[in-house]
Structures are given as structure tokens and as C-alpha cells.
Design a protein around this ligand. Structure first.
Ligand SMILES: Nc1ncnc2c1ncn2[C@@H]1O[C@H](COP(=O)(O)OP(=O)(O)OP(=O)(O)O)[C@@H](O)[C@H]1O
Ligand SMILES: [Mg+2]
Length: 362
């Protein structure tokens, strides 16, 4: 099937600032893709180039196989939802949603039917006659979403539409948008700097850093197999230990680290002997025990003292100081059988080498 969006070597410069380095990206029809990255990483720039609000310095943009690089925004047939709802204050909810249909000169009865349909979809039919200022932030966001889906665009671009909402409302809207996505089969390209939002909503995530695509992957791939230390650190919590590759042994890569030699697995490309790497160990992969308990089996990768334990409800996070300036974060189920530890306790850590991912450094 023809991709919904295809970017070929698209870049954007503002004077001396390279807001977006030459970028290739393909979004499939019906896919939900999120652009994720820190502030200033080029997310809005990329979205605006697709929407036609800015024109690229180089490269070509295709939507359903058609080159739209130089097509005016209004003729691209895309919907866009912004962070600030941009509703017209003097119009009612109904009139706001009807507006794009009036512009397209649809018959009055058809307009009414379609507006009431989308109001059902965003669960607001009872508020049709209100003005935007009489609505909560979440309700206004639903209206702007409704105004966008009412004319059936094949592609919707969302630039941090949930940024202004509180956590609870944001989570509700995330579910709502996913539901609409599934129900209507619209392709959605969403921008956020909230990793939880990206992980929970997306079919794929485009992780951006300083105007470049760092990695494109499914949420699970990005979490389990980040290709760079930046990606490892941006998604979830990462224990990263620097080291140098010593060699290979029984399917594992052996790395010299400040904790002594450690074993791990490397991704697609094995790093060469002597190369600088980072070892990634996620907190939930680390087992923590009292130093005295470990004396019997001797399976230990690190030892230290407990700096702190924080209960987060279902899980407990332990901060273990393994060297003067280095901590390892351990996450355990808040299981009644788990040991109870006190600050200052000597503890030992271990993990399976399969759960220690070796990432090329730099
Ligand atoms: N119109 C412009 N003129 C000059 N520089 C710009 C312009 N728009 C964006 N930039 C620069 O391009 C870079 C990328 O900006 P962009 O808005 O794409 O970031 P972003 O990832 O959306 O960040 P945020 O999460 O803060 O919205 C930044 O360094 C920004 O200052
Ligand atoms: Mg932005």
C-alpha cells in the first residue's frame, strides 16, 4: 500500500540554525506515529513542514504518493490540532465544528448530521450550544478534535494537543484519541515530549534529538533495544555504566567497567574489541539482596550500600551507591516476601547478562 506520508531527505534551516537535518520518514496508512523528543529537537518543525506551514530547505514530501512539497496548506487535505485549541470564541460549539463544512459549502441538513455525529464521538452532544469559554480545557480540546475529524481528513497532525491538560484529563483524552483512531482508521502523527504518552498511544515512535531522528521503533523496541545512550536515557529509567569491550565469550560480550568485567549482549552490530560502550541495565532487571544472603551462591555483579528506598505503590525503588559517585537504581515489586532494607545496609546486586544491553558510545 502507498504510504500515507513519505519524507525524502527533508531538512529545514532557519539562518544558521539547522532545525531539521535531512530526514527520511515513512508513515503507513492507518498508523499512529508519535514524534517524541526534548524541547527544541525539531518535532514541530517536522510537523509544520508536512502541514505546509513552513517550506523545507531541501527534500520532498509525499502524501499518498503525491508530491505536496510545494502545495499550499489548504490544498493538502490534512487536519491539524494544536496545543491552544484555536476555537472561535464568538461561535458556539456547534458553529465551531460546522465551520469547516460551511467553508466546503455542504447542505445545511448534512452539516447538522455530521456535526451531531462527531459530537457523539467526542461525547459532547449536550454542550452543542455552549461558547468555548463556558467549557473546561478538556472539553475545548475535544471540540477542536471534533472540528478536525468532521471533514474526514485522511491524516491528522497533532502538535502537543494535550499539553495544557492536567494528568488525569490528559490520560482520558489519550484513550479518546486512540479510540477515534481505531474507529475511524485515520492516520495520526502526534507530537509530544511526554514519554508515557508516546509509549501508551503509538504504533511507532520517532525519537528526535537536536534536529535529527535518533531512532524509529515500536514502543517496546525502543524501551528494550535503544540504539543510543540518549534513547536509553530518554525512555524509562536507565542505569548506564561506561566501559571498554574486552572480547567475546560464550555468546556474551565482556566489558571492562568501573565495577569490574561485566557480561552483556549487543544489538544488531557487535562493537569491536577496545571500543567504548555503555551498558544499559533497566532498574526492574536488577535483583537486590542483603550482602549476607548472597555469600552462599556468589552470583553478584555489584555491591554497595543502600542510599534510599522509595515506595511507589506497586513497586519500590532502591538507590544503591556502588562507588563514590555512582548509583544504581533498582526496582522491585512491592512484594511482601521481598526483604525490608534500611538506609546504609550493605547490599549486593545481580542481573542476567541477557538483560544487560551493550550500546555503542558516541
Ligand atoms: N521560525 C523559526 N525561526 C528560527 N528558528 C526556529 C524557528 N522555528 C523553530 N526554530 C528553531 O528550530 C529548532 C527546533 O524547533 P522546534 O519548534 O521544531 O522544536 P520542538 O521539538 O517542537 O520543541 P518544543 O518541544 O519546545 O515545542 C529550535 O532550535 C528552534 O529554536
Ligand atoms: Mg514544538
Amino acid at each position: 500500500m502507498t504510504p500515507m506520508i513519505e519524507l525524502k531527505q527533508v531538512s529545514k534551516r532557519y539562518g544558521s540554525v539547522e532545525a531539521l537535518a535531512p530526514t527520511d520518514l515513512t508513515v503507513r496508512q492507518g498508523e499512529f506515529v508519535t514524534l517524541l523528543g526534548p524541547s527544541g529537537s525539531g518535532k514541530s518543525t517536522l510537523l509544520n513542514l508536512i502541514a505546509g506551514m513552513a517550506s523545507p530547505s531541501s527534500g520532498s514530501i509525499f502524501v499518498r504518493g503525491v508530491d505536496i512539497t510545494h502545495t499550499p496548506p489548504s490544498e493538502r487535505g490534512l487536519g491539524m490540532v494544536f496545543q491552544n485549541y484555536a476555537l472561535m470564541p464568538h461561535m458556539t460549539v456547534f458553529q465551531n465544528i460546522a465551520f469547516p463544512l460551511r467553508v466546503r459549502k455542504l447542505a445545511k441538513a448534512e452539516i447538522r448530521r455530521r456535526v451531531m455525529d462527531v459530537l457523539e464521538m467526542v461525547r459532547l452532544p449536550h454542550l452543542a450550544e455552549r461558547k468555548p469559554k463556558e467549557l473546561s480545557g478538556g472539553q475545548q480540546q475535544r471540540v477542536s478534535l471534533a472540528r478536525c475529524i468532521v471533514y474526514n481528513p485522511a491524516l491528522i497532525l497533532l502538535d502537543e494537543p494535550l499539553g495544557a491538560l492536567d494528568k488525569k484529563l490528559r490520560e482520558q483524552m489519550q484513550v479518546e484519541i486512540r479510540r477515534l483512531h481505531a474507529q475511524l482508521g485515520i492516520t495520526m502523527l502526534n507530537v509530544t515530549h511526554d514519554q508515557d504518552e508516546a509509549l501508551s498511544m503509538s504504533d511507532r515512535i520517532v525519537l528526535m534529538n537536536e534536529g535529527r531522528v535518533e531512532q524509529i521503533a515500536t514502543p517496546n523496541e525502543l524501551y528494550r533495544a535503544p540504539r543510543t545512550a540518549f534513547a536509553a536515557d530518554f525512555i524509562g529509567t536507565a542505569n548506564l555504566i561506561p566501559g571498554t569491550v574486552l572480547g567475546f565469550e560464550n555468546g556474551h560480550t565482556v566489558v571492562s567497567t568501573p565495577l569490574g568485567p561485566l557480561r552483556g549482549v549487543s544489538g544488531d552490530t557487535a562493537p569491536a574489541n577496545g571500543s567504548a560502550v555503555q551498558l544499559l541495565i533497566r532498574p526492574e532487571y536488577v535483583r537486590l539482596r542483603a550482602a549476607a544472603d548472597a555469600a552462599h551462591d556468589g552470583v553478584v555483579q555489584g555491591s554497595g550500600t543502600l542510599d534510599d528506598s522509595i515506595t511507589l505503590g506497586s513497586v519500590v525503588r532502591h538507590h544503591v551507591r556502588i562507588t563514590g559517585d555512582r548509583q544504581i537504581i533498582v526496582q522491585q515489586q512491592n512484594d511482601r516476601a521481598a526483604g525490608v532494607y534500611t538506609r546504609g545496609d550493605p547490599v549486593v546486586l545481580d542481573w542476567a547478562p541477557e538483560n544487560c544491553l551493550i550500546i555503542a558510545d558516541g
